[in-house]
Design a binder for this molecule. Structure first.
Ligand SMILES: [Zn+2]
Ligand SMILES: [Zn+2]
Length: 197
């Protein structure tokens, strides 16, 4: 979809409105995942990357889960984890984890919020008319009062209607009406509260 005079981050956010996700969470997650893919692709033999991971104590639990599900060659994992486990056993501690993927993800989150704040009304309206994208409560609250925040808040009112429809049509008498835009309301609502779930 073409949205006219927008920057790259704004384009990416509006493209994500086509999916039933928090668009800011999705940008942040993608950046974190890409940073891990980059380490896997060419970083594990880079002494600087291994020093950095060692001094940071590796990844947070969430990003270890992401790592595990990447196209992750066992050898790369073994090289990095040998380093970390050896460091732990040498000193009996690694210290508090300062996850490098979380840092990347937080920077991407800040860029996305800035881009959203400056998003013109018309392209946002067009994207929201075509797609179910939303903002989780944490990211809605990160926006100042204004048309973008107000439009995503309206989206939550639409979602509440969809939840009511989903509950109503669960009765067997309304089985024929179960399909429709409300069918995945529960999942979108989970993401409103849970972000990246
Ligand atoms: Zn979010
Ligand atoms: Zn992390």
């Amino acid at each position: 979809m073409l949205f006219g005079r927008l920057n790259g981050e704004q384009h990416a956010l509006l493209e994500l409105v086509a999916l039933p996700v928090c668009v800011v969470c999705a940008r942040a997650d993608e950046a974190g995942r890409r940073s891990l893919q980059g380490v896997l692709r060419d970083g594990v033999n880079d002494v600087g990357v291994r020093d950095d991971w060692r001094s940071r104590g590796g990844l947070c639990g969430r990003h270890w889960r992401v790592w595990r599900h990447l196209e992750s060659p066992p050898l790369s994992s073994a090289i990095l984890l040998e380093d970390l486990l050896g460091t732990y056993l040498d000193s009996d501690r690694l210290g508090a984890v300062r996850c490098p993927a979380c840092d990347v993800s937080e920077r991407a989150e800040a860029r996305a919020i800035t881009a959203l704040r400056r998003l013109p009304n018309a392209p946002l309206e067009r994207a929201l008319a075509d797609g179910p994208g939303l903002l989780c409560l944490r990211h809605l609250d990160a926006l100042p009062e204004g048309h973008v925040r107000s439009r995503f808040r309206t989206r939550l009112e639409e979602l509440l209607e969809h939840l009511r429809e989903q509950v109503r049509t669960s009765d067997h008498r309304f089985a024929a009406e179960r399909r429709g835009p409300h069918a995945d309301a529960w999942l979108r609502a989970l993401r409103v509260f849970g972000g990246d779930v």
